[in-house]
Design a binder for this molecule. Structure first.
Ligand code: GLU
Length: 478
């Protein structure tokens, strides 16, 4: 029987979701889809000092918003639970005891004072900080006696003392480590709680995980993980270490240089479609030069062969590019729903629809609507000089506006963009005037802005009365 393919996302509940972790989750999810497998959520909450309350709930919410679906997890249950590591402490305890009995791990009773002194000494001698294995050769009896006497201890994994450790990364191939460089790492801390390195391996095995996607910052501890699988006699899953995500300057993505949390992007008005499309290309290359992918398309297209190892660059302009694209794909009604939170609520629906339709092409993120649409709700207090096109004077501009007002007020026509355009352009032509001398002042009178959509589009949304009022108002700028 073929083994069921199972992947997992195993975040620690330390707060908001880092974009790097989203990329890891997304790649795990897409890989699980491409291999027709399951995708599982497991909470790695063994580092309780760093835990943030409510992190699991907000994680589930943001994954749901992104569209990543799990088949098992703390919120869903499943046959391999519990899916929260602190609810699995007995499992780790029993398995670590098993390793001690088999001579593959040992209790270390060294005090923190001793370890500090040892480290200082190593530093002074310019040696790599490493546990000196003082407790490794305690006899089982000595170890039992100390434990029964109530001495505090951690459990450490016995690393081979020499030779090579060969590991295999699906994206990089074989990587060889020297055993002498490996520390006897802690598996269980003195409070009985396991380390990431232990709980993660135990759970991946017990949850029958077949493929692991994780960041390449885990490569240095990869040999220790593989040795732990060997110590238990378990088969290790396939590992895919995803390339680092760098900022545009080539440095690490850090909070100081801008937003690193998916929640920040959501709050600013980035669409999940854009974030997914953008993150999917941070380490995956499609076969064709297709640039836009929905999550559904990615679920079909994603494959191991497109995954690379060279560092991916987090380019905010690229994210804006995707976001503008997906915003433009929205209907006016959908866009209005997205923007509503940023718009005043005392205006008619049709007016608001007109407002968002005009901003659509210029929105990079939803929150931009505030700046792009403000003038529709209240005419800004603009300076008279803004009415001036090229060499025209303020009074010429205003007299041009007076002429336009007469036509707009007195001709009978349907007040919409097309008719307005037709009327004004033909009048300009018939009277041998220049477009800029009329259209610029008209646009400024209607918007009060240096940049805005065309005067006809604005007038159509503002309606006849408000448009004429605004033109009248421009006459006071003299
Ligand atoms: N809890 C680890 C983290 O948040 C999981 C890494 C892994 O996927 O193995 O980075």
């Amino acid at each position: 029987m073929n083994q069921k393919i199972r992947l997992r996302f195993a975040p620690s509940p330390t707060g908001f979701l880092h974009v790097g972790n989203l990329r890891t989750a997304l790649f795990g999810y897409l890989l699980s889809k491409s291999l027709n497998g399951d995708f599982i959520l497991r909470l790695e909450d063994t580092d309780q000092k760093r835990e943030v309350t409510g992190a699991l709930e907000s994680l589930i919410k943001i994954m749901d918003w992104i569209g990543i679906k799990f088949s098992e997890g703390p919120h869903l249950g499943g046959d391999f639970g519990p899916y929260i590591q602190t609810e699995r402490l007995a499992i780790y305890h029993d398995l670590s005891e098993q390793l001690i009995k088999e001579g593959k791990a040992y209790r270390c009773f060294c005090t923190s004072e001793r370890l500090d002194a040892m480290r200082e000494n190593q530093q002074a001698q310019k040696l790599a900080p490493r546990y000196d294995r003082a407790c490794r050769d305690l006899s089982p009896e000595e170890s039992e006696i100390k434990m029964i006497a109530g001495e505090k201890f951690v459990i450490r994994q016995k690393m081979p003392l020499d030779g090579e450790v060969k590991v295999f990364d699906e994206l990089r191939g074989e990587i060889i480590f020297s055993a002498a460089d490996l520390d006897d790492q802690v598996l269980i801390k003195s409070d009985g709680v396991p380390t990431y390195q232990f709980a993660n391996i135990v759970d991946d095995h017990l949850m029958e995980i077949t493929h692991v996607t994780r960041g390449d910052e885990w490569i240095p501890s990869f040999p220790k993980n593989v040795l732990l699988y060997d110590a238990f006699g378990w088969t290790a899953p396939k590992f895919f270490h995803l390339p680092l995500i760098l900022n545009k300057g080539g440095g690490k993505l850090s909070k100081r240089q801008g937003d690193v949390f998916v929640e920040d992007y959501r709050a600013k008005g980035y669409l999940p479609e854009a974030i997914v499309n953008f993150c999917a290309l941070l380490g995956w290359h499609p076969k064709s030069d297709q640039e836009f992918f929905t999550l559904q398309e990615l679920e079909k297209e994603f494959s191991v062969s497109g995954m690379g190892v060279s560092p991916a660059v987090f380019d905010l302009e690229k994210l804006d590019f995707y976001n503008s694209y997906y915003l433009r794909q929205k209907t006016n009604q959908e866009l209005l729903e997205l923007c509503r939170h940023y718009l005043p609520n005392n205006f008619e629906e049709e007016f608001l629809l007109g407002v968002v339709s005009l901003a659509k092409d210029r929105l990079k993120k939803i929150s931009d609507i505030t700046e792009l649409s403000g003038f529709f709700f209240e005419l800004p207090n603009y300076d008279s000089s803004l009415l001036v096109w090229k060499t025209l004077s303020v009074s010429d501009s205003i007299s041009n506006l007076r002429e336009l007002k007469v036509i707009l007020e007195n001709k009978s026509f349907a007040w919409n963009k097309e008719s307005l355009e037709e009327l004004v352009f033909s009048w300009i032509k018939e009277n041998d005037k220049k477009n800029g001398d009329y259209l610029w002042p008209l646009r400024v009178a209607l918007s009060g802005e240096k940049n805005s959509p065309s005067p006809f589009e604005i007038a159509a949304v503002l309606g006849r009365e408000e448009s004429l009022n605004r033109i009248n108002f421009s006459f006071t700028k003299i």
